[in-house]
Design a protein around this ligand. Structure first.
Ligand code: AMP
Length: 124
């Protein structure tokens, strides 16, 4: 959780070692479709810089990187018409967040009703 691991799958996508279904690319940000979609529309947005999670990004990225990232989020929402019927933005972070790929990403899910916000709440 404390050191960026350059062998993660999104780093490989950024280095062109494995393919992705690209939606939008800028100098600093890449948006592509999730390979194992959990909703009718499931996009991912990642910074090109090596940030492990949202807190790392917001702490260490420059203003232009942060602005570009959110501008790409907005462009994906627009391009995929996600705002027409609404969508969900998720960023899993760390162990409790259930993050699988340790490179910051936000999920943009929509295209169908998504149900309750969390389905993993356990009865206590
Ligand atoms: P998270 O659990 O928030 O770390 O989400 C990681 C996401 O990456 C999951 O939704 C996976 O389906 C997705 N994923 C894993 N491998 C790939 C890949 N090669 N291309 C696109 N998405 C992927």
């Amino acid at each position: 959780m404390h050191t960026y691991d350059p062998s993660n799958i999104f780093a490989k996508i950024l280095r062109g070692e494995i393919p992705c279904k690209k939606i939008i690319e800028t100098e600093r940000t890449l948006a592509f479709f999730d390979a194992f979609p959990k909703a009718a529309i499931h996009a991912l947005v990642i910074p090109k810089g090596s940030y492990m999670h949202l807190e790392d990004f917001l702490t260490h990225a420059g203003d232009e990187e942060i602005l570009d990232f959110w501008q790409v989020v907005r462009a994906v929402i627009s391009q995929l018409s996600l705002n027409d019927n609404g969508f969900r933005l998720i960023s899993n972070s760390g162990k409790h967040g259930g993050q699988e790929v340790p490179h910051l990403h936000v999920h943009l899910c929509g295209g169908e009703p998504l149900g309750p916000m969390l389905n993993a709440l356990k009865e206590k």
